[in-house]
Design a binder for this molecule. Structure first.
Ligand SMILES: Cc1cc2nc3c(=O)[nH]c(=O)nc-3n(C[C@H](O)[C@H](O)[C@H](O)COP(=O)(O)OP(=O)(O)OC[C@H]3O[C@@H](n4cnc5c(N)ncnc54)[C@H](O)[C@@H]3O)c2cc1C
Length: 560
């Protein structure tokens, strides 16, 4: 049996980030990936090779904000391995049915000037709103970049600027209580509190709902941060697509002697005397892990499908039921449409400028429409009567992703995983069939064509992936793109459950990383980095850990 210090289940970007830190610390690492390409929900693929050769598509993630809130790119020196980020500006465009439009530039001032054309009051409020959420972002970023239950680690990340922002939000009892009140309310409440105009509220609601819930969802006010992050740290895409991030990580992993084996579906975690010692893949081959088995897939799939029930029950008799019943996955996921285009969309009725297509184009006519797109999905219904959507034309920023003069288009439409009333039919009993997914895609493209009349006729070829197919490709539970829901009750030290929130599990040497761990889904690399730090620190002698804790504490004082 081949042996490594660490074996990682899944080569998503978090698995690769985790591997990179371990390799840099001198570990031998093997990543086992079920698909024939590594990267998970962060790949760029030529997925229409016959109908549209030379067009490259981001099958999942495209817009990167969170990774710029952490040190992964710099610490791993990913630019040395070929990664180049292109920042979007403008960052968002949303045409409104009444002829107005929201155009978010990277600059807050320029964005306010756009809003002021229709509403001077909302323009003024937008500056205040963004300032508030930027302070929230800076105040909480140190928590993202540390294991959530390692208080000294969290404290060590606070510098003077973060502390100033934290105190500006929490200084005094009333301010603190008001901050808590803000955080437990909903994006919709917050938007109504700040703004009058629908053409401002609707796109902001759509971005807030990227957290994976309707804008009316209480406790998800944090979603309001999604637009402010587009101003700072900014929204960027790797040149060549999201897959270029994965390629840079692969180069780093391989240069440090790490191994990545594709088409290796892990079926079982091998446990000996309460300790994870390796894994078995489909076909029966086993790989030994001397120090750690790390899961880039979520805790529910890991423990309920890959760990022998008796091993789990011996380690923690309550965990199996808690994983099964307490972790929440609503029914909402994504129907994804990728198109090869002969020309870029033109928003003729909106004084079209190509720059509108550099950031994301949001079709969000009203907060109510956005609400329905999520709420109906959660109830098993398809909100395609009047679809809201998130569209990108990546070739506007990076023409290298399509043949000369041609374009690609990325469309995300929220849809249910299980369709109500169609149980037991379609793929995996979800109700999704090829006919249905194409019918929904037609409606989505028809709606977009109402705004950009040339869209429909410019489609050379398209790939539509239903929620059931997405779930199957990623191996994600109910197609959940964040592995488990990103609601407040499942964030920070509650993610995925309090007793396994610090990347360790009750089974010795079995660790968790990935979107299902703190700080959650999206392209950030933070779960990968945090997990590696926990593992590395647990292998150090106690005296070293004590010294590290002291250093962490000292750095707080030095930074302030
Ligand atoms: C359509 C879509 C659009 C998105 N857009 C954005 C965006 O614009 N910006 C953003 O920040 N985020 C976006 N996201 C979310 C983001 O892509 C994910 O949250 C993130 O990529 C998760 O990374 P991960 O490494 O934690 O997990 P994953 O990428 O899910 O990686 C897990 C890996 O494990 C593998 N695997 C699963 N089971 C097994 C097994 N049994 N054996 C071996 N390997 C296995 C999978 O194939 C996969 O490679 C999007 C997601 C989707 C689906």
């Amino acid at each position: 049996m081949q042996a490594y210090d660490a074996v990682i289940i899944g080569a998503g970007h978090n698995g690769l980030v985790c591997a990179s830190y371990l390799l840099k610390a001198g570990y031998s690492v093997l990543l086992l990936e079920k698909r024939s390409v590594p990267g998970g929900a962060a790949t760029t693929e030529e997925c229409l090779p016959e109908e549209a050769p030379g067009f490259k598509f981001n099958l999942c993630a495209i817009d990167h904000e969170f990774i710029h809130l952490g040190p992964v790119v710099e610490e791993l020196e990913l630019t040395k391995y070929g990664l180049e980020y292109l920042f979007c500006d403008p960052v968002a465009f949303c045409p409104h049915p009444d002829g107005k439009y929201f155009l978010g530039h990277r600059s807050i001032e320029k964005t306010c000037a756009e809003i002021a054309r229709y509403s001077p009051r909302d323009a003024e409020k937008y500056a205040e709103f963004t300032n508030y959420w930027q302070r929230v972002t800076k105040a909480i970023t140190p928590i993202f970049n540390a294991p959530p239950k390692s208080l000294l680690d969290v404290a060590g990340n606070y510098g003077l600027k973060n502390l100033q922002d934290l105190f500006s939000l929490l200084g005094g009892v009333d301010k603190t209580l008001d901050f808590i009140r803000t955080m437990i309310t909903s994006p919709e409440d917050i938007l109504n509190e700040w703004f009058d105009s629908e053409f401002v509220k609707a796109p902001l609601a759509r971005l807030a709902a990227e957290m994976g819930a309707p804008p009316s969802q209480k406790t998800l006010a944090i979603g309001a941060m999604m637009m402010s992050m587009r101003h700072n740290p900014g929204m960027a895409r790797p040149r060549g697509g999201t897959g270029a991030l994965v390629q840079s990580l692969l180069k780093l992993v391989k240069s440090k002697g790490g191994e990545v084996l594709c088409d290796q579906q892990v079926e079982k975690v091998l446990i000996d005397d309460g300790r994870a010692v390796g894994v078995r893949v489909a076909g029966g081959k086993e790989y030994r892990a001397n120090k750690a088995v790390i899961s880039n897939i979520d805790a529910k799939r890991l423990f309920l499908r890959m760990v022998e029930p008796t091993d789990l029950d011996t380690a923690n008799p309550n965990l199996r039921e808690r994983l099964d019943r307490r972790i929440v996955n609503n029914n909402e996921t994504i129907l994804k449409i990728d198109c090869a285009l002969s020309e870029a969309p033109r928003f003729e009725a909106y004084d079209h400028k190509d720059e509108y297509l550099i950031g994301s184009v949001l079709i969000a006519d009203s907060v109510r429409q956005v609400e329905k797109s999520h709420a109906l999905a959660q109830m098993g219904e398809i909100a395609d009567e009047d679809p809201s959507m998130y569209v990108d034309v990546p070739t506007m920023l990076d023409p290298s992703m399509a043949p000369d003069g041609k374009h690609t288009m990325w469309i995300e439409f929220f849809a249910p995983y299980n369709i109500a009333g169609a149980e037991g039919t379609g793929l995996n009993g979800t109700g999704w069939t090829d006919e249905l997914k194409n019918k929904v895609a037609d409606r989505v493209i028809d709606k977009l064509t109402e705004y950009a009349p040339n869209v429909k006729k410019s489609v050379i070829a398209r790939r539509v992936e239903s929620p059931a197919e997405l779930g199957e490709r990623l191996g994600a539970y109910k197609g959940n793109y964040y592995h488990i829901d990103m609601t407040l009750d499942q964030m920070i030290f509650f993610r995925p459950l309090p007793e396994i929130a610090n990347y360790k599990t009750p089974i010795k040497n079995l660790y968790l990383t990935g979107a299902g761990t703190h700080p959650g889904g999206s392209i950030s690399g933070m779960p990968g980095r945090n997990c590696a730090r926990v593992l590395l620190s647990s292998q150090q002698p106690f005296s070293q850990r004590f010294k590290d804790a002291g250093d962490s504490l000292m750095s707080v004082f030095k930074n302030t």
